[in-house]
Design a binder for this molecule. Structure first.
Ligand code: AMP
Ligand code: MG
Length: 319
């Protein structure tokens, strides 16, 4: 059981420039004091994350926004009113107090207020915003339990706050309000809040989700969220050419013909996308641990959270 003292200790460690892994409703984060460039450098080091990939800054309360953002357009304010605390990150002009390492040298910063009591208590107790990417090595599957973090980092991350499994299980949606001459926001990453939900509040979004020569969002890497086992996305069938090949199946609902697979993970018996999202990363990890030759992932319906799930699967499958 987590105690208030655990949170006080973790907050003290953050203030002293250390790293703490903590739960949010999306995935587990690896946090550092967002105002301390050296502490944030530690996050990049432990994760093996390239310095061009900026971090999201987490707040305990929406009211802390102006400590981090220089200006907030009215449409951004509408999204904040509707979705914070929650799995939505907004890219806004940054305050000079946010060190360059947090934003990879950009003049903007991604900000969110997580909807997780433990995360908010930690940030509140630390008294500073916390910069945090997912608590996994760069490019690998994101952690949705404290155990995933411990398995990945061992002693390298000595303090992991255990808040149980993450409710959403997919990263936050990222929406940018910078570099838009017509003021319309841009969807940079699908995530825990669906595009449809956002568009109901601010109208049609511009979409920019793929790696470009000069990516607007440096983290939009084609290959990401990937298990070590090769993963292929395929709507039906698979051809191994040899019965000695061990194939795993990642299926949205229970498959009608499971024959031929050495291991099967069903994301949602009921066919519920929310449940599938919450199970996705843990299911990928279980398949990855089975010594399979490859994993076949079946597409999920591309509606609501299905967009974000398919985004993760496509990146996991990219070579
Ligand atoms: P992660 O920490 O893995 O959840 O990734 C955060 C992602 O948010 C980054 O990889 C970027 O794609 C995006 N992001 C963060 N800060 C910015 C920014 N200032 N401008 C554009 N995208 C950003
Ligand atoms: Mg990540």
């Amino acid at each position: 059981m987590l105690t208030d003292q655990n949170i006080i200790d973790a907050a003290r460690l953050i203030r002293a420039g250390g790293l703490v892994a903590f739960p949010t409703e999306t995935v587990y984060g690896l946090g550092a004091n967002a105002l301390d460039a050296v502490a944030v450098a530690g996050v990049f080091e432990v994760k093996g994350r390239p310095r061009f990939d900026p971090l999201i800054v987490h707040l305990a309360e929406p009211e802390q926004l102006m400590d981090v953002a220089r200006s907030v357009p009215p449409l951004a304010m509408k999204l904040i009113d509707k979705f914070w605390p929650g799995p939505l990150s907004l890219v806004l002009d940054k305050q000079p107090s946010i060190p360059d390492i947090v934003t990879a040298g950009l003049s903007s910063v991604a900000i969110r207020c997580p909807a997780h009591d433990l995360a908010r208590r930690l940030i509140q107790a630390a008294g500073v915003p916390i910069a945090a990417p997912s608590a996994n090595r760069f490019g690998a599957v994101s952690p949705t339990t404290a155990r995933h973090v411990v398995e990945q980092f061992g002693d390298e991350v000595p303090l992991v706050l255990d808040g149980g499994p993450c409710r959403i299980g997919l990263e936050s949606t990222v929406v940018s309000f910078v570099d838009s001459p017509d003021g319309r926001p841009t969807l940079l990453r699908p995530g825990g809040i669906t595009r449809e939900e956002i568009e109901r509040v601010v109208g049609t979004l511009k979409i920019r989700m793929h790696e470009e020569a000069q990516p607007a969002s440096p983290g939009q890497l084609l290959r990401h969220y990937a298990p070590e086992t090769r993963l292929v996305l395929s709507a039906d069938g698979f051809c191994t050419g040899s019965s000695a090949v061990k194939v795993g199946l990642l299926s949205f609902q229970r498959p009608t013909s499971p024959a031929g697979f050495a291991a099967i993970e069903v994301l949602s018996e009921q066919g519920c996308l929310r449940e599938a999202a919450a199970n996705l990363f843990a299911a990928l990890r279980r398949l990855d641990a089975q010594g399979l030759d490859f994993i076949v992932a079946r597409p999920v319906p591309e509606v609501d959270l299905g967009h974000a799930i398919m985004d993760r699967l496509r990146r996991a499958a990219a070579r």
